[in-house]
Design a protein around this ligand. Structure first.
Ligand SMILES: N[C@@H](CCC(=O)N[C@@H](CS)C(=O)NCC(=O)O)C(=O)O
Length: 204
């Protein structure tokens, strides 16, 4: 049975491509042509009624929502990515939810302005507000990483994958991370992993 991931590694589907690489499973990728409205086509709406990527099919099974997709991939194919004990799994889930529900919110507002909106039409206030909200959250991540190689259980888990996927938006929005030495070391540690490099190669 073949897994199929719908979307591009350069979109929010990226975290799922990365997770598929971590799990070491065979999969195929199907890109969705937004300009042609393929995400709102009858065929794709059967896969994700919200008309959004990513979505994943595994045989007859279908799932959408990127962090949920990653939980499924890990649970089905590499459960240690979710943590090895109830407490580890709780903390992995904590970081994954925090990364999308809290950290990603200002990151995406800044990203939309700085990457999608042409310069003359950018809203400086939206960018300034987003840039104000990011540091306190990065401070908590920085403190958490003191003396630690990875966020949970001293091993790479979905907590690192999903959190780094969002922290990585700092590169696109040119948010200066120099002051965050623990975060920088953790990012370098993650970047050196072979599976991370396989995923990064997909984004080129
Ligand atoms: N919370 C969703 C967000 C999915 C999402 O917004 N995907 C965008 C592309 S990155 C999309 O498909 N947008 C199409 C639309 O909103 O019409 C997830 O993480 O899976």
């Amino acid at each position: 049975m073949m897994l199929t991931i719908y979307g591009s590694p350069k979109s929010s589907a990226g975290r799922c491509f990365w997770c598929l690489e971590e799990a070491g499973v065979q999969y195929q990728a199907k890109s969705i042509d937004f300009r042609a409205g393929e995400h709102k086509s009858e065929a794709f709406l059967k896969i994700n009624p919200n008309g959004k990527v990513p979505a994943l099919t595994d045989g007859d099974f279908t799932i959408w929502e990127s962090v949920a997709i990653n939980n499924y991939i890990a649970d089905a194919y590499k459960p240690e990515l979710l943590g090895n004990t109830a407490q580890e799994r709780g903390l992995v889930s904590q970081w994954c939810i925090w990364s999308v529900a809290d950290l990603q919110v200002p990151m995406i507002s800044a990203f939309i302005q700085l990457v999608f909106v042409p310069e003359p039409r950018r809203d400086a206030e939206v960018i300034a507000k987003a840039f104000e909200k990011i540091p306190p959250m990065l401070d908590s991540l920085e403190a958490e990483l003191a003396g630690k190689e990875y966020l949970v259980g001293n091993r790479f888990t979905l907590a690192d994958l999903n959190t780094e996927f969002v922290v990585g938006i700092c590169d696109d929005i040119k948010f200066d991370l120099t002051a965050y030495s623990n975060i920088n070391q953790w990012r370098e540690r993650i970047a050196k992993r072979e599976t991370t490099q396989r995923y990064k190669a997909l984004c080129k």
